[in-house]
Ligand binder design. Structure first.
Ligand SMILES: [Fe+2]
Length: 381
């Protein structure tokens, strides 16, 4: 038996932030990062709360790759203020921090209920609708994925005004993260008709609007579309889970601080090739691997169809590489210039072990061995 549900009420489109004037809560803890406050973006959140005479406090200590100590500070702040609603404002780190803080705090002191409203300021993680959060332990160089329905936000507000000033490099990285979410969910072992519909729509939007949003951040139509695609892809992988791409990208993030979306983008052509085995597929093989058909459908939907399925998958790999080049994302680790070959190669065995143990890897469409993972990491150099 399978089931599919969407817990989060989604408010979107122009003026979506007006929802904050209608919320039925009295005491709001805003959890965000210092940039949202210093840039003045926070006023887009606090003004509607003030208009509705809703009391609020701001916790602005969120940092990227939220470490456990920061989560503990947030738990303390929440238990001192005892809000009936948390408004998470920021990228994946702010939303993931808020999910963990609310969950840990209410377990430590169940003082009442506390709603969670997620307001993303990037079009990337889809965290506003998922039951996942990733927190990290910098000393152990480990990232811990938390998974629980209790983490899922109650509301998401998608207002493209908040992503207008996102710089092109971040638009590129986060946009390719969205593409990876949709594609991994689409070929995942856990995929189903509902997740597939969401992933297909997200991919269609990315094909048309990601480059537009990258080239002109003020193209609000493209921004709004990508903001919706990010949420659609989040819903898709919340149901279908992800795959080896994310399992391997998490390790590049924790070992070399490569931004999450960028690590996914760089790995993606290699993972499509591995999952479809297009380089080793011979004419004598009668059956394609299961992912081949799905990747070729994606290629068709992107307008890249070719005369057979293997060629369609090849065109999808080429399209992905084209997107990376167009948006100035390096194609290899060596191209990045800040990591030595020696330190990278030395890290591969431990990264391979961690990637195999990563929860995302379990739903990859093609079974994967340690030797496969190590080879993909080496190819990425
Ligand atoms: Fe991701």
């Amino acid at each position: 038996m399978k089931s599919f549900g969407i817990h989060t009420q989604i408010y979107f489109g122009e003026g979506a932030l007006e929802r904050l004037e209608q919320i039925p809560y009295k005491r709001v803890l805003i959890i965000t990062d210092p940039f949202v406050v210093t840039s003045g973006m926070i006023e887009l959140i606090t003004h509607p709360l003030e208009n509705a005479r809703i009391e609020y406090e701001i916790f602005k200590d969120v940092v990227p790759d939220p470490p456990v100590e920061k989560i503990a500070t947030g738990v303390k702040a929440m238990l001192e203020y005892k809000p009936d609603c948390i408004v998470a404002v920021g990228g994946g780190s702010a939303i993931d921090s808020s999910k963990s803080i609310r969950d840990f705090a209410l377990k430590a002191d169940p003082y009442g209920t506390c709603a969670l409203i997620a307001i993303p300021t990037t079009s990337g993680t889809g965290s506003e609708v998922t039951s996942f959060a990733v927190i990290s332990d910098p000393q152990a160089k480990m990232k811990y994925p938390l998974v629980s329905p209790d983490l899922t936000p109650d509301e998401a507000i998608l207002d493209a005004e908040l992503v207008r000033s996102v710089p092109p490099a971040i638009t590129a990285d986060t946009g390719m993260d969205v593409f990876t979410h949709a594609l991994e969910a689409y070929v995942s072992l856990n995929n189903n008709e509902f997740s597939a519909a969401l992933a297909e729509k997200a991919i269609e939007i990315i094909g048309v609007f990601l480059l537009r949003a990258y080239l002109d951040g003020n193209d609000m139509h493209a921004r709004q579309k990508m903001h919706a695609a990010s949420c659609l892809a989040g819903l898709a992988f919340n149901s279908a889970s992800l795959g080896l791409n994310h399992g391997m990208a998490h390790q590049l993030g924790s070992n070399f601080h490569i931004p999450h979306g960028r690590a996914n983008a760089m790995l993606l052509p290699h993972i499509i090739e591995f999952n479809s085995n297009i380089n080793k597929h011979s004419r004598s093989q009668k059956e394609y691997l299961p992912a081949v058909k799905k990747y070729s459908t994606v290629a068709n939907n992107l307008g890249l169809s070719s005369y057979n399925k293997i060629m369609s998958v090849r065109s999808l790999v080429n399209w992905t590489q084209f997107m990376l080049k167009e948006m100035d994302i390096p194609l290899s680790i060596s191209q990045m210039g800040n990591i030595t070959e020696e330190e990278y190669m030395a890290a591969i065995p431990a990264m391979a072990d961690a990637a195999l143990a990563d929860a995302c890897t379990a739903t990859n469409p093609r079974p994967v061995t340690r030797a496969d993972v190590m080879q993909i990491y080496r190819d990425l150099w």
